[in-house]
Design a protein around this ligand. Structure first.
Ligand SMILES: Nc1ncnc2c1ncn2[C@@H]1O[C@H](COP(=O)(O)OP(=O)(O)OP(=O)(O)O)[C@@H](O)[C@H]1O
Ligand SMILES: [Mg+2]
Length: 493
């Protein structure tokens, strides 16, 4: 018996020695009531909870209660043998409870505990770090997405600007950097994209047709037909059948059914120039097109649906015409959905220098002249002039000056303003370049030369000698030219 006890003691002491050396906390709990044994790790964590209740501090007594509660709960929940975890105050513990039959037959439990607080904190820190990396990454990704979006939108803006530049060859370019013209240019490109009807108003020669061309070129219908109709050059009945077509036999000469321009241009754009000049009947027909998107052929009664964008222009005061009853109010409203009003050149004199440079370049090329210098005195005169004929007048003045210029310089001698009639309207002199197709250079130059001779004679009240001197040409040669162009000095006295 003594030997057995000694064996037991030896076993117990061996075991204790072993348990004392391991870093995990080990406790031996008896009957879920008392703690029989704690290895040094456990003691340094919990304090010595093996002593009797009376000698314990209140803190230790609390610790003991909590530990025993965990033990009782684990036994109840049949958690013996499992690795479980719990919080203990601020600490995170991992523990396992195991049966242990004591050497003296008592029912005990091993309580192995590992403090995972540091691990947990590290994990939390890691996950925080991970999260913040994720946040940083997601910010970076959204930044990248944003810059990609910006890049795309800038690229598409660049493309549309390139298109825009392509759409504006030298010829159809709207020149001018005055505030009024910049605003006008912005408005043109803004309204072009919609399908709205546009009314362009402005004095003669301000650039209404140019604006109509730009609108059409910048619209989505730029690859569809574009038809220009000058409403004041065609007789009313012809205009109606021209625009809306006619049924067979609807009038003398209508021997077959014909589609009108609105039908032919379907899907495209129609430019109705001088809209202020159309008759009441035409006004009614046009109102139907704008209101219902349909036309009725002359002599017909069934409407035909059409899809045409209408751009109209006039230099007349349509609102005034509405007031005096010569223009329908309802049509005026329909046409005037968007009004582009082009200011006269005298109200945007800042454009004169740009326009002058533009026209010098244009005619220098056309007449193969090397004009490279425009004295300030000439510019001053151009800036002083009131330009009743607006840009067209300026273009004519420059065209003549370039043609006549000697030694690559334009001087006062080459500067002729358009003749102005009594009611202060300039005598319309359409640009020679408006109509050059099919004509030889020789005949074009002859046209211009003739105009210059007429102008110069007018200016000098028919005095041939004075005019020839001014134009730096011998009198005989000048008479020859007058004869060739059938010009009589008497007509200009
Ligand atoms: N801003 C501009 N830049 C360049 N050229 C211009 C400009 N404005 C007008 N022009 C030129 O002036 C001339 C007259 O312009 P346009 O025919 O468009 O005027 P309009 O207002 O239609 O005149 P009208 O009422 O007499 O028909 C054209 O040769 C046109 O190219
Ligand atoms: Mg015009």
């Amino acid at each position: 018996m003594k030997g057995i006890n000694e064996d037991c003691d030896r076993l117990i002491s061996n075991q204790k020695n072993l348990l004392d050396t391991i870093p995990e906390m080990v406790l031996l709990v008896k009957d879920s009531q008392t703690i029989e044994f704690m290895n040094p790790s456990a003691q340094s964590f919990f304090g010595n909870l093996c002593s009797s209740n009376d000698s314990m501090t209140s803190q230790e007594a609390k610790q003991l209660d909590s530990l025993l509660f965990i033990v009782a709960k684990t036994i109840n929940d049949e958690g013996i043998g499992e690795t479980l975890d719990t919080t203990f105050g601020e600490s995170h513990l991992e523990y396992t409870l195991a049966h242990f039959r004591g050497y003296k037959g008592d029912a005990l439990h091993w309580f192995f505990i590992r403090d995972l607080t540091d691990n947990k904190n590290q994990l939390e820190e890691l996950s925080l770090f991970h999260n913040s990396i994720e946040t940083i990454l997601s910010h970076k990704i959204s930044d990248l997405k944003e810059s990609e979006r910006m890049r795309r939108s800038l690229a598409s803006e660049l493309n549309s600007l390139k298109e825009h530049l392509k759409e504006q060859p030298e010829e159809g370019k709207m020149v001018g950097s005055s505030r009024a013209l910049s605003e006008l240019r912005d408005m043109v490109f803004q309204v072009a994209k919609s399908d709205a009807t546009i009314l362009i108003t402005g004095e003669s020669g301000t650039g209404k047709e140019l604006v109509a061309n730009l609108i059409r070129e910048s619209s989505t219908r730029n690859d569809k037909p574009f038809l220009k109709i000058n409403c004041n050059t065609i007789s009313d009945s012809l205009l109606e059948s021209d625009l809306f077509g006619h049924e067979k036999g609807s009038f003398t000469g209508a021997d077959s059914k014909r589609k009108g321009k609105f039908e032919v241009v379907d899907g495209g754009t129609i430019f109705l120039d001088e809209i202020g000049d159309i008759s009441a009947r035409m006004q009614a027909a046009l109102l139907r097109v704008l209101q219902d998107g349909e036309i009725i052929r002359v002599g017909g009664n069934s409407p035909v649906q059409i899809d045409v964008r209408v751009i109209a222009a006039t230099n007349r005061d349509l609102a005034g015409m509405v007031q005096d009853g010569s223009f329908r109010l309802d049509l005026f409203y329909r046409l005037n959905i968007i009004n582009i009003s082009i200011p006269p050149l005298r109200e945007r004199k800042d454009d004169i220098i740009d326009l002058t440079t533009h026209f010098i370049r244009k005619y220098r090329k056309a007449f193969k002249k090397e004009i490279s210098f425009l004295p300030q005195s000439i510019l001053d005169r151009l800036l002083l002039h009131d330009w009743p004929g607006n840009v067209r007048e300026l273009e004519n003045v420059i065209q003549r000056a370039v043609l006549m210029a000697k030694n690559n310089v334009i001087t006062e001698n080459e500067l002729f303003f358009d003749t102005v009639t009594q009611d202060n309207e300039p005598v319309s002199q359409s640009s020679h370049l408006d109509n050059i197709d099919g004509k030889s250079l020789k005949s074009l130059v002859a046209d211009v030369e003739r105009d210059i001779i007429v102008h110069s004679l007018q200016k000098n009240r028919g005095n041939v000698a004075e005019t020839a001197k001014l134009l730096d040409i011998g009198k005989t040669a000048f008479y020859d030219k007058m004869k060739r162009y059938n010009i009589s000095a008497k007509d200009h006295k």
